[in-house]
Design a protein around this ligand. Structure first.
Ligand code: DAH
Length: 322
């Protein structure tokens, strides 16, 4: 600035050139220009050096040691209920089933009516079902609800597909229950459906036995007890030998040696017909199981609320299980 700047000494000399005589001007001018070139070049050179030093210092301070071990990135893992659900799916995929997704927000018609649950069935009571919209006339095509079971997927699938049908429908279901250690307002189910010619109860039994043995071990026994579900005839509930006490009797199985894990039966011909399937040609079986219950049997989780509270101390217990 003091030499080359606007008011610098060299600039002053250049300004004074007008006062120099005509014969001296080229001589002095030449020296002044030379001096300016030398000084400008020196200035630029120094500026460059300083910039390089600055960059070098910056690089030195920012250098990274590439030989240091990397910092671990927390990736999380699948929830234990997802793990159980996928384990169930894998077993049935191995038997030729296809996994399909369904609707959690559902029409009354598919959740109940088409599954042969008449209008006055107790399961339709407000206490059990969360209605999103409820028409005053109880028009089943207008009522919208959170599905109370995965059996709604059966109705959808049978209405849109021709037999042979062999599907597995996992998903979340909702019921208007007070939350406690043993009940929750939402939980998970896996529904199975098989419709073809000559499907019999024996097929159902064999498939369920295979499932129980793969899920809980080769020694697992099953027993089927007659039961009632509106969408199956005949209907049954299936128990497995308690895998916690090995059938000896314990607190978990209420000292009976057996634990109920699912509902099942032969698809009611009424349902087949309602979905456009010829019940004189086709028969089918269906089953539905609770994922929380099966997870409890495997890991003995005593309180259902733990599954949805997302306490990482609980979730981490199942990190290595997958
Ligand atoms: N939907 C029944 C429930 O939520 C379970 C069930 C029972 C499903 C029998 C079925 C079945 O497919 O055949 O309790």
């Amino acid at each position: 600035v003091s030499v080359l700047g606007k008011k610098g000494s060299l600039t002053e000399i250049l300004k004074g050139m007008k006062d120099v005589s005509a014969e001296m001007r080229p001589i002095i001018g030449k020296h002044v220009n030379e001096a300016r070139d030398v000084l400008t070049a020196a200035f630029e050179e120094t500026a460059k050096l300083l910039e390089e030093k600055k960059v070098a210092a910056q690089l030195a301070s920012e250098s990274i040691d590439v030989t240091l071990p990397g910092r671990p990135v927390a990736t999380g893992h699948r929830h234990v209920l997802t793990q159980t659900s996928e384990e169930i799916e894998d077993i049935f995929i191995g038997m030729g089933y296809q996994v399909v997704d369904g609707f959690e927000v559902e029409q009354d018609y598919y959740n109940f009516e088409r599954m042969n649950l008449p209008k006055d069935h107790p399961a339709r009571d407000m206490q059990d079902t969360f209605f999103i919209e409820r028409s005053s006339t109880m028009d089943v095509t207008k009522n919208v609800l959170l599905r109370s079971h995965t059996s709604n997927d059966e109705a959808h699938y049978m209405s849109t597909h021709e037999p042979p049908i062999r599907v597995l429908c996992p998903g979340r279901v909702y019921r208007n229950e007070a939350i406690s250690a043993r009940a929750h307002c939402f939980f998970h189910q896996v529904e199975g459906l098989y419709v073809d010619k000559n499907v019999s109860f024996t097929d159902l039994k064999q498939v369920l036995l295979t499932f129980a043995r793969e899920m809980f071990g080769a020694d697992t026994k099953i027993r089927l007890r007659p039961s009632y579900f509106p969408f199956t005839e005949p209907s049954a509930e299936m128990d497995i030998s308690c895998n916690i006490c090995g059938g000896e009797g314990c607190g978990f199985c209420k000292h009976t040696g057996w634990v109920e894990i699912l509902g099942c039966g032969m698809v009611d011909p009424h349902d087949l017909k309602a979905c456009g399937i010829d019940s004189s040609v086709y028969t089918g079986y269906a089953f539905g199981m609770g994922v929380e219950r099966i997870t409890n049997l495997k890991y003995r989780v005593s309180d259902l609320r733990l599954f949805s509270e997302n306490d990482v101390r609980f979730l981490k217990e199942f990190e290595s299980a997958q």
